[in-house]
Design a protein around this ligand. Structure first.
Ligand SMILES: [Zn+2]
Length: 395
């Protein structure tokens, strides 16, 4: 069996608290890690590929919408969520099947090159099915079959279609049925999704507090989002009433299943802390938040208080690229006190845990095959990335 040994100035395994200086990772020909050597001897170093920079495990992109890849550079920035939804609906279907397919294909290649190994990917329909079937990059997809429906009367029909879609996707990869958001799913549909999830141990993902007026809609059907939705003939009477989006999640959705709360742009730490449980994950997608709302979640506050944080890119409709390194650069730019080591865990192991794939992905340790990337132009003095940092896939 052919072995490979790789090393760099530092190896950030994520398993260890501190990076391993000149650490060596020994792998078999399939990329499975055989040994991780701390403090290697000069003899061991002699037969090793050495890279300038730091080695990190493959990234997990915990939130994306591959099916929107054809909308890159098609929508305006800073229009707020309502403006974004309006533009998205207007242009989403003005593209041919092959244009959509080619855009998704390119997005997968770009994610692969950006060191991403696994994706929690929202699928509203079958648009991304063909590429996921044919893709040979090895990228792992967990497909979140996302449903929305404002009327109790449609709930069973919507759920039936979601189950059909989930069965199709589950032939290729793991998948689960999830609600779009607290403000777009009727009481009855939410119950059906929650029951399905309990029965099938499905991972749940939900967009949470992405815009400010989400809470006032949930509380008393007032505010910008409520007005926007009712002007577009959506019935708001069948939505679940609660004090806030988080309150609704607490009462109706949270269970023993994994739950990924995505965005949390306008969430308060006190409120979210009430949800802190082993199975609850916060997913931040800072670049998309800046694109749509020009606002960021209080990531620095959550960093100190909330254990399970993951990172996502959202879609190319609201992001220039699907790169977890770019998301980390944005975080460092706005929250320079956040440690790289901590953020790296969000970008790798936490996402792998959230998607139930940490037996293979998320950290550099014996027995896993997480893929390994090199971050070049690393700021060694401050042990963090800089705006100039680049990523290159090594394994
Ligand atoms: Zn999203």
């Amino acid at each position: 069996m052919k072995k490979r040994r790789i090393s760099a100035n530092y190896v950030f395994t994520v398993k260890h608290e501190e990076p391993l200086k000149n650490g060596i990772v020994e792998l078999d020909e399939n990329g499975t890690i055989l040994r991780v050597l701390d403090n290697p001897s000069n003899l061991e170093l002699a037969s090793t590929e050495f890279y300038n920079g730091v080695l990190v495990p493959g990234f997990v992109n915990a939130h994306s919408h591959l099916e929107l890849s054809h909308l890159k550079n098609k929508l305006s920035k800073h229009t707020g969520l309502t403006g974004f939804i309006d533009e998205l609906m207007a242009v989403r279907n003005n593209f041919s099947v092959s244009e959509k397919y080619e855009a998704q294909k390119k997005a997968i290649v770009d994610m692969f090159r950006a060191g991403i190994v696994a994706v929690g990917d929202i699928s509203n329909g079958i648009d991304s099915l063909a590429i996921k079937r044919l893709d040979t990059s090895g990228l792992f997809f967990h497909n979140f079959i996302e449903v929305l429906g404002f009327n109790n009367s449609d709930a069973e029909f919507v759920m039936k279609k979601a189950i059909q879609l989930q069965q199709i996707f589950s032939e290729i990869s793991s998948s689960s049925i999830v609600p779009h958001a607290t403000y777009s799913v009727s009481y009855k549909l939410m119950k059906l999704i929650a029951n399905w999830s309990k029965k099938n141990k499905g991972i749940i993902s939900i967009h949470n507090q992405e815009t400010l007026s989400e809470d006032s809609l949930i509380r008393n059907k007032s505010g910008e989002l409520a007005l926007f939705l009712s002007q577009r003939k959506n019935n708001l009477n069948d939505l679940i009433k609660a004090e806030s989006s988080v309150d609704l999640i607490q009462k109706e959705i949270i269970s023993h299943q994994k739950l990924l709360m995505v965005h949390n742009t306008f969430s308060s730490l006190t409120e979210i802390s009430s949800l802190q449980k082993d199975n609850v994950y916060l997913v931040f997608c800072p670049n998309a938040n800046l694109f749509i709302e020009n606002t960021l979640p209080k990531i620095d506050e959550f960093a100190n208080q909330f254990q399970n944080i993951c990172l996502g890119t959202d879609s190319l409709a609201s992001n220039g690229d699907l790169s977890i390194l770019s998301e980390m650069k944005t975080i460092i730019e706005f929250f320079p006190k956040i440690q790289f080591n901590q953020m790296l865990k969000w970008a790798t192991l936490n996402g792998a845990r959230a998607l139930n794939i940490c037996d293979k992905y998320g950290s550099i340790e014996k027995g896993k095959s997480p893929s390994i990337s090199l971050i070049q132009y690393f700021d060694f003095k401050n042990q963090t990335i800089s705006a100039k940092s680049k990523i290159k896939r090594i394994v």
